[in-house]
Design a binder for this molecule. Sequence first.
Ligand code: SIN
Length: 529
Amino acid sequence: MTALETDYLVIGSGIAGLNFALLAAAHGKVTVITKKKPTDTNTNWAQGGVAAVLASDDSFETHINDTLIAGDGLCDREVVELCVHDGPNQVQRLLDLGVRLDRDATGNLDLGKEGAHSKHRVVHWEDITGREIQRALLSAVESHPNITILEEHIGVDLLSMAKYGGDPACFGAYVLDRTTGEVKTITARATVLASGGTGKVYIYTSNPDVATGDGIAMAYRLGATCGDLEFTQFHPTVLYHPHAGTFLISEALRGEGGVLRLGNGESFMEKYDPRGSLASRDIVARAIDNELKKSGADSVFLDMTALDPEFTKHRFPNIYEHCMALGIDMTKQGIPVVPAAHYQCGGIKTDVDGATTIKGLYAIGECAMTGLHGANRLASNSLLEGMVFSHRAAAAVREIERHAPSQIQPWSSGNATDSNDAIVVALNWEEVRRFMWSYVGIVRSNKRLERARHRIETIRDEIREYYVDFKITSDLIELRNLALVAHLMIECARRRKESRGIHFSLDYPEKLPEARHTEIQLTDGPRSL
Ligand code: SIN
């Protein structure tokens, strides 16, 4: 059995994990594990950009207010302030790392606008900003002598001193090497979850396949406090096409003047919000959902035809080409779009340095609940958050002491045998994702949530049996995590007796006077397996 020792174990290779790795490598050895290739991340798929106050007509106070308004009373003001104030520094760091960002005719950074931003403030590289950031970070990480990347490695469970009679301090993780099937033990002074979001809990999502909530599930099983998991953000505009797979149509299109229309050409968003197509995501997603339910249509349309076609092709080359390949010329016709699960605003509770409630365990990026997003994330604040908190966490772990028992138990599969029934995993996976969309989607109710709770408990019973009887595989680990995270999302949604931000309940359509986080942990929430 392989046992590895490092200073900092990072789980995940998106913006937060890689930026942490680079900064922490200045004072220790870093091991980054990533469950497929290092570019299989939500970051790599991000189109919009990074929000930061850079324009002369913008101000920190305006960005702070836009974030607080989108968050619908649930943001932590101190966290919002520190992120917004750090924005320009983090954009400079990206430039220093060699990230290319578009510039306007005068040579200044070109600033895009997205829903619920009152100013132009989104730096971007064409419509593939995340891919460009991932490229630059990865190239720096790959050439760093203090950083090792282990591809095709997925975390199974975190290691806890509680198993050895101590407090529950985390000292690393059991990790499955997907290529050999071996479970390795990696011990570390600090373990940093940068494992991204939970989009794959839903059948329709803008996220890549890796977004199965692994970090949140592992942290919860260890006893860390998680929260606000009812706040899944649904992006209003994901391409609707039988052969499209998952493809985001960036909010930046509406920022440049794109208008949402029904099949008959009617612009409908003005009925729902004075900001029209540029209202915040929760409002736009709910409005589209409502219109689709009323009409029975398959999609609405995003109309870019009023814009200069050359501008559209130049500003959104990736989206233009993708649509053209499917026979949709966005300079001449509306793009068919529907809402889909996009971003997890809740996650593992952290302080302003990314520390969770468990000693030695940190969470940064989408898997964390820092307090920045509240009940609804403002567009393009997430890459910013990834940069700000990876920076803070890297500084915080510098002096952290190593916890580890003298003798570490190697991973044991007990009497588990090789599975000959992998179809069970596939069917359970499919079922969770379908009922989560129907019962814990854009519009919720007590009855729908109750049905979802009942279904997830039955499915998790089946998964438990399967997990105990058969040797673990990557698919089984992901299913176990996905089902636990779905359970936590249902439970958080059941506990919120109001409608706020992205969480809308037919039974509690009003907002309560006081905004409160939904916190959940092993002692008062669903069982760990
Ligand atoms: C988009 O380009 O619409 C996504 C940006 C984001 O989710 O922040």
